[in-house]
Design a binder for this molecule. Structure first.
Ligand SMILES: Nc1ncnc2c1ncn2[C@@H]1O[C@H](COP(=O)(O)OP(=O)(O)OP(=O)(O)O)[C@@H](O)[C@H]1O
Length: 267
């Protein structure tokens, strides 16, 4: 009963703000983009610049934990000035709620392209996209930050432009995995705070794209067959994936993987 009441209460306090509401007399909500684990995200019209921007609000049910995580995201995004990372314009509190205003990134995910547009990523296309992603990730790592949430929904493609979004779980290299957010509040990260965690995630990203061209011969999935047998890609690409997935001794940084990819792509 208690758990049920708690759920109802949380759903009530986390209910998204109304469309057309204007935050801080400037950001008019146009669309609710979604609710993550710790935040609610809106597409807004900035009445001053007339630009579309994104407003992220800490999830009320997460209390101080949500606010502190959003505060960390603001700090980290503010360190990262890169054309493939959303710019953090400002942050403020209104009615006891913390907001972060960032650049709105147009684009589709690889998943949208595959399942809605029928896109197929052959080996070369997939490697080129991973090469672009690694450029962004190398920049982040060089700033002493790891993203820790590199997943299909967090990479947006728009024409030639790729953007990595959602730095909500990002961390500074050297931080412990158990994150103390405030007195008595902690978050146990699912991933180790290390460069290798982002590279591992990129390995899965690459596999996802390569599987877009895979067709099972008899429509029967054989769980004993792994990606190395199923995917018809070159030995060099398999070696890259094995290192990214830490099956073979892993890459020490993004640059070493970029060098391997460049060697494959130059042929
Ligand atoms: N800067 C942005 N530009 C465009 N869309 C964005 C931007 N930031 C977030 N979104 C979109 O808003 C939605 C909600 O994002 P949010 O980061 O709040 O949660 P999530 O990614 O769904 O979950 P979680 O944060 O728990 O991983 C997602 O669909 C995401 O693609």
């Amino acid at each position: 009963m208690w758990a049920y009441l708690k759920r109802v209460y949380e759903a009530w306090i986390d209910y998204p703000l109304c469309l057309d509401k204007v935050i801080r007399d400037q950001y008019q909500i146009e669309r609710f983009l979604g609710m993550g684990s710790y935040g609610l995200t809106y597409l807004c019209q900035d009445r001053k610049s007339n630009q579309e921007v994104v407003a992220k609000q800490a999830k009320p049910s997460k209390g101080r934990l949500g606010q502190n995580l959003l505060r960390r995201e603001i700090e980290i995004l503010s360190l990262l000035d890169h054309p493939s990372i959303p710019r953090c314009y400002t942050s403020f509190e209104e009615s006891n709620r913390l907001y972060m205003i960032t650049e709105y990134i147009k684009g589709r995910t690889v998943e949208d392209l595959i399942f809605e547009r029928g896109a197929r990523f052959g080996e070369r296309d997939a490697l080129c996209l991973i090469r672009s992603l690694l450029d962004i990730v190398r920049f982040i790592h060089e700033k002493g930050i790891v993203h820790l949430d590199i997943r299909i929904p967090n990479v947006l493609l728009y024409g030639e432009r790729m953007t990595l979004i959602d730095f909500g779980l990002a961390a500074r290299l050297g931080e412990p995995s158990l994150l103390e957010i405030g007195p008595g509040e902690e978050l146990i990260r699912r991933r180790t705070v290390a460069v290798s965690s982002d590279l591992y995630a990129i390995g899965h990203f690459l596999l996802f794209m390569l599987y877009s061209t895979f067709e099972s011969i008899d429509d029967q999935e054989d769980s004993t067959i792994g990606w190395e047998e199923e995917l018809s890609v070159t030995r060099q690409t398999k070696q890259v994936i094995r290192k990214l997935l830490q099956i073979d001794p892993p890459y020490v940084n993004a640059q070493s993987c970029i060098e391997d990819l460049d060697a494959i792509l130059k042929d």
